[in-house]
Design a protein around this ligand. Structure first.
Ligand SMILES: [Zn+2]
Length: 102
């Protein structure tokens, strides 16, 4: 069994100069190296995509609700309009009949 001192990585190299450790574990790399930027960028991009997907789904659902409510209101308004027109026509016919009778 090889003797691994704390200052060398499992690859037998100093952690600061070992490229294998940097590639495999960027977060575990020694400080002083800007290895966080790519990971944070990827994480941010993934987070943005996830947020975008959630917003898209929620927006789709909300749009569906709004459309359903709009059509429901439209239907009620249509029924009211038809009832009003029918009532108005009936009232008009009744008035004309009444005028003709008298
Ligand atoms: Zn290493």
């Amino acid at each position: 069994m090889e003797l691994v001192s704390p200052t060398t990585c499992p690859h037998g190299l100093p952690p600061r100069t070992c490229q294998i450790c940097r590639v495999l574990e960027p977060s575990a790399a020694p400080a002083g190296r800007p290895g966080r930027r790519p990971s944070t960028r990827r994480g941010g991009l993934g987070g943005n995509l996830a947020v975008l997907a959630i917003v898209a789904v929620v927006g789709f659902v909300v749009v569906g609700w709004v459309a359903a409510a709009f059509f429901a209101v439209l239907r009620i308004v249509e029924l009211l309009a038809v009832a009003a027109v029918a009532g108005w026509v009936g009232f008009k016919l009744g008035v004309q009949k009444g005028k003709r009778r008298r």
